[in-house]
Design a protein around this ligand. Structure first.
Ligand SMILES: Cc1cc2nc3c(=O)[nH]c(=O)nc-3n(C[C@H](O)[C@H](O)[C@H](O)COP(=O)(O)O)c2cc1C
Length: 363
């Protein structure tokens, strides 16, 4: 293993490679999480996950139906999934939780080693969980967010850059991964994890050059064999180019990056033309834009409706050309990063040898 890939984050989380699979609702189920953790990264269980309509579930590993998340007990559903993950791997994995006592008690009872949360403030999550030895990783997009997380006792900070797919990439100020990263690394002492726009070994090396000690990867893992989303979603990402995503929802406060399919294009047109909020809600199909977004996400990512549903993806989609097993994604990322670093080291040694061989004119 290349030494430069072994960072403080690996020791903190007990993982071999500093590669975290991003929590992605309706995409990252036990199969993907276990595959990532077994390959040396950290798989993470998101808020909800269901069986895509084109995939039969494996006996003994049935995923909840979408309705169960709205009608059933969310915590018990999570517990069921956590037990499935444990039956597939004995490596560390993470869980996304809410700031709620029942949630905290459940992750403590289940012996979860890492909690990986997305936007908003970390709240009292570190205070609750750290006495049990549980590591807390939290996401934000600015220097101020990173400092707040450090003060609250968060163990590692994820910078979610503008390039990324899904929820809140770049925050209100549209900070990009590669501009935000060095500034945040200067501002805090805890490990910083780059997230948004990273899909291969080049991305890892670039992020590490700016001081990151880990990467969190979404879109690339959404296009793996084990991901639980519909094949139409995976194929739409594989077929997308660099300009085929849009960050929508800035006007009505529910920022998400998605593929520009017919539903999202029209939504973006309404938003950018200054349509009133009521017209936007009517178009989305629900009084609450968040509920509407959840329904559209289900329609796209679980039911595979590429016209009326919403399908999240990052700007890096254009680099992803095939659906691979998650272990192969990790193997390639690590091998590419290693080859780049070895190449740089060789070039430096050769340059040094060359410059030493030059005899300077005397006098
Ligand atoms: C298909 C998809 C679904 C996502 N769903 C969620 C989610 O449910 N919750 C969340 O916090 N972030 C979600 N995200 C954002 C990721 O956690 C991560 O921040 C992002 O994917 C990183 O950028 P990348 O896609 O360029 O790797 C999602 C991203 C994608 C691509």
């Amino acid at each position: 293993m290349p030494r430069f890939l072994h960072t403080r984050l690996c020791d903190l989380l007990g993982i071999e490679y500093p590669i975290i699979q991003a929590p992605m609702a309706w995409v990252a189920g036990p199969e993907l999480i276990a595959a990532v953790s077994n390959a040396g990264g950290l798989g993470v269980l998101p808020a909800q996950v269901a069986q895509a309509k084109d995939r039969p579930s494996k006996p003994g590993h049935e995923l909840p139906a979408p309705e169960e998340w709205f009608e059933g007990d969310e915590i018990e559903l999570k517990r069921r999934l956590i037990r499935q993950i444990k039956s597939l791997t004995n490596k560390p994995f993470g869980v996304l939780v809410r700031e709620d006592r029942r949630w905290m008690e459940m992750v403590v009872e289940e012996g979860i080693p890492v909690v990986v949360n997305s936007g908003g403030a970390p709240g009292r999550v570190p205070e609750f969980l750290k006495p049990y030895g549980i590591k807390v990783v939290h996401m934000g997009s600015t220097v101020a967010h990173a400092k707040k997380c450090q003060e609250a006792g968060v163990d590692a900070f994820v910078l979610s850059g503008y390039e990324g797919g899904g929820h809140d990439p770049g925050g209100n100020d549209k900070i990009t991964t590669f501009a935000g990263l060095p500034q945040i690394v200067e501002a805090v002492d805890i490990p910083v994890i780059a997230c948004g726009g990273i899909a291969d070994g080049r991305g890892i090396v670039a992020a590490f050059m700016l001081g990151a000690e880990g990467v969190r990867v979404g879109t690339r893992f959404a296009t793996t064999v084990e991901a639980s989303n519909h094949i139409n979603h995976k194929m739409a990402i594989v077929q997308a180019g660099d300009t085929d995503t849009v960050r929508r929802g800035e006007v009505f406060g529910d920022i998400l990056r998605s593929l520009k399919n017919p539903f999202v294009k029209k939504l973006n047109e309404l938003e950018t033309s200054g349509a009133p909020l009521d017209e936007i809600k009517a178009y989305m199909g629900h009084e609450s834009v968040r509920v509407a977004a959840m329904q559209r996400r289900l329609l796209g990512q679980v039911y595979g409706d590429a016209v009326n549903g919403e399908m999240h993806s990052g700007q890096i989609a254009g680099l992803i050309k095939e659906i691979l097993p998650a272990s192969e994604v990790i193997r390639r990322m690590v091998a590419e990063a290693e080859a780049i670093i070895n190449g740089l080291a060789r070039a430096w040694i050769e340059d040094r040898a060359f410059s030493r061989s030059i005899t300077l004119p005397q006098g």
